[in-house]
Design a binder for this molecule. Structure first.
Ligand code: 4LM
Length: 395
């Protein structure tokens, strides 16, 4: 990229690759080599010791994955990034690197189901304490910090109930106490929200979602300072998880990034339009979408993000049974987990993505049994509205 001051969409298309530098290929080649040759034995040793630049083995990265990493780091406003074979690979590679037995991790009320499971059935089993706070008020953090607290981790907006956390507010208090802050930015993508610019230390993503955008791969990424990213690569990724990204999927993530800005604008516009329409429907008890002025996260999200994203959750008046019946009647929305794809998706968190919580835990963490989650895709919004309408009509 010749001009680092270029706008987001320009950097998403060009950063880190010069088509004139190699054989003229407009699209960067896919690097399928699992291993890399050393000119001499000594050179190989120096690369392992971190004393010489150069590739070693694709689990630690190759030119294709490094390009995706530098492009995402540039978009997130981070020094560096590490791509992984899944979002869970990113979450676990980061936290296995940063935490040790005896440490305490603070988090918000609601987390994606597998992150919740990793925290409670993974980290906790290995001697790390995880404590949930109500981070809606960042001041809660001040009195909660204990002698063993090392960091804060949260999603904003959270999956699936759209809780919004004040990233700058939490980061300021954490910094004063010498703690790091990691934000799962999956729901927004760096196009809408850049937590590191707001004071957080790290972001993680399920790159399976908006960053790629086409529902054809599983990937993840961690972004942050260079020193920690090297540790994540050389320990969290190399030794602890082994969750490296395939060459082909690295290529697809790069392709997805090129249209991220365009896609996010459309996701946001369609979700806003559907949220406004849904909130006045007689069948709907509550719509969870921070774009609505009545949403508890509205003011904070307006401050810290440039849009409200493409995810909507809602409770229907008939509760759990009406919710499942509604999901079953949808024709254009596809019944599937995941999010951020071109296709609109609908799912039931309590029995699907968040079934890793016990019913009591779901109650405590604000995930209703009747909650329906929709990922608003890129179809014509009028067709989506018609689909919702016919599903309501047949309830
Ligand atoms: C889903 N989500 O919600 P991989 N962080 C967040 C997520 O939503 C997810 C991950 C991490 C869903 C998957 C089935 C906020 C995943 C984990 O699935 O490992 O790429 O990301 O529907």
């Amino acid at each position: 990229m010749k001009d680092p001051s270029s706008g987001f969409a320009t950097r998403a298309i060009h950063h880190g690759y010069d088509p004139y530098a190699g054989d003229g290929a407009l699209t960067p080649p896919i690097h399928v080599s699992s291993t890399y040759a050393f000119q001499t034995a000594e050179s190989g040793g120096r690369r392992f010791a971190g004393e010489e630049e150069g590739y070693i083995y694709t689990r630690l990265g190759n030119p294709g994955t490094r390009l995706v990493e530098s492009r995402i780091a540039c978009l997130e406003g981070a020094e560096d990034a590490v791509v992984t074979g899944s979002g869970m690979g990113a979450v676990s590679a980061l936290l296995w690197t940063l935490l040790r037995p005896g440490d305490e991790l603070l988090t918000d009320q609601t987390l994606y189901g597998c992150t919740f499971s990793f925290f409670h059935h993974g980290l906790q089993e290995f001697g790390i304490t995880v404590r949930h706070l109500d981070l809606h008020d960042p001041e809660v953090l001040r009195s909660a910090i204990g002698p063993n607290t090392k960091g804060i981790y949260f999603e904003s907006p959270a999956n699936p109930n759209m809780r919004v956390v004040d990233i700058a507010g939490v980061s300021k208090i954490a910094k004063e106490a010498g703690l790091w802050v990691a934000v799962d930015n999956t729901y927004c993508s760096p196009y809408l929200q850049r937590p590191i610019e707001l004071g957080a230390n790290f972001t993680v993503h399920s790159a399976t979602k908006y960053l790629s955008g086409h529902g054809d791969l599983i990937a993840g990424v961690v972004a942050g300072d260079s020193e920690t990213m090297t540790r994540v690569r050389m320990f969290g990724l190399k030794d602890m998880t082994g969750a490296c990204l395939s060459a082909f999927d690295a290529h697809l993530v790069l392709r997805g990034l090129k249209t991220l800005a365009l896609r996010m604008d459309r996701h946001c516009a369609s979700a806003m339009s559907l949220a406004l329409w849904l909130k006045d429907r007689p069948e709907v008890e509550r719509v969870y979408y921070p774009g609505l002025e009545s949403d508890p996260g509205h003011e904070i999200m307006k401050r810290q993000a440039s849009g409200f994203g493409g995810m909507i959750a809602m409770d229907l008046k008939g509760g759990h049974d009406a919710g499942l019946a509604f999901i079953n009647r949808l024709k254009l929305f596809t019944r599937a987990v995941s999010l951020g794809d071109c296709e609109s998706l609908v799912q039931h968190p309590a029995s699907m993505t968040h079934s890793t919580y016990t019913p009591e835990e779901r109650l405590r963490h604000g995930i209703g049994d009747g909650l329906i989650r929709m990922s608003v895709g890129l179809e014509e919004v009028i067709d989506l509205e018609r689909d919702l309408e016919q599903a309501f009509g047949r309830l």
